[in-house]
Design a protein around this ligand. Structure first.
Ligand code: PRP
Length: 174
């Protein structure tokens, strides 16, 4: 990381505050219900862990692994599911949790995949909404932060599998 120029974009304190706000909104929206929260590996693991611990509604958790990026920073445009959920979601209230939406292809693919299993409802919560490179029309139901463009790492987000563990989010120049 020392060789790469980096700038802090969102501090851990800002992130914690925003996660609490989103969790509070979700808890209000789902009051009296039980959620099935589905995280998209790997990037969502930290955001999801923080989010579910701030919810005041009960939830079950599951994960999918949907890969769309290669080793660099550009999306390949090809989405591949390598791990499916293990929970029955028919008739359930589903919240997909994702670290970042960029082209929108990953979430478009996953939403279609999950809707075929007839959930009662399906909403999407993203930590970062990156809007400039969108290839499909897509709006998250809950979004932590919005950025126009730029490559970000930390809080689960990687660059070539590095830097996911940073507690703060950085924007890097390559
Ligand atoms: C990243 C990110 C999202 C997806 C967003 O996943 O975590 O899942 O790309 O891009 P899109 O909106 O252009 O589809 P990646 O495939 O890099 O896997 P990772 O979660 O393991 O980092």
């Amino acid at each position: 990381m020392d060789q790469i120029s980096k700038q802090i974009l969102f501090s851990r304190d800002e992130i914690q505050k925003r996660v609490r706000e989103i969790a509070s909104q979700i808890s209000k929206d789902y009051a009296g219900r039980e959620l099935v929260v589905i995280g998209i590996l790997k990037g969502a693991f930290i955001f999801m862990a923080d989010l579910v611990r701030e919810l005041s509604v009960p939830c079950k958790v599951d994960f999918v692994r949907v890969a769309s990026y290669g080793a660099g920073s550009e999306s390949s445009g090809k989405v591949v599911m390598t791990k499916d959920i293990e929970t029955s979601i028919k008739g359930r209230d589903i919240l997909i949790v994702e670290d970042i939406v960029d082209s929108g292809l990953t979430l478009q693919y996953l939403v279609n995949w999950l809707k075929e299993r007839n959930p009662h409802s399906l909403k999407i919560c993203v930590f970062l909404d990156k809007r400039k490179r969108r290839k499909v029309s897509f709006e998250a139901d809950y979004a932590g932060f919005t950025i126009d463009d730029g490559f970000v790492v930390g809080y689960g987000l990687d660059f070539d599998e590095q830097f996911r563990f940073f507690p703060d989010v950085y924007i890097i120049e390559q």
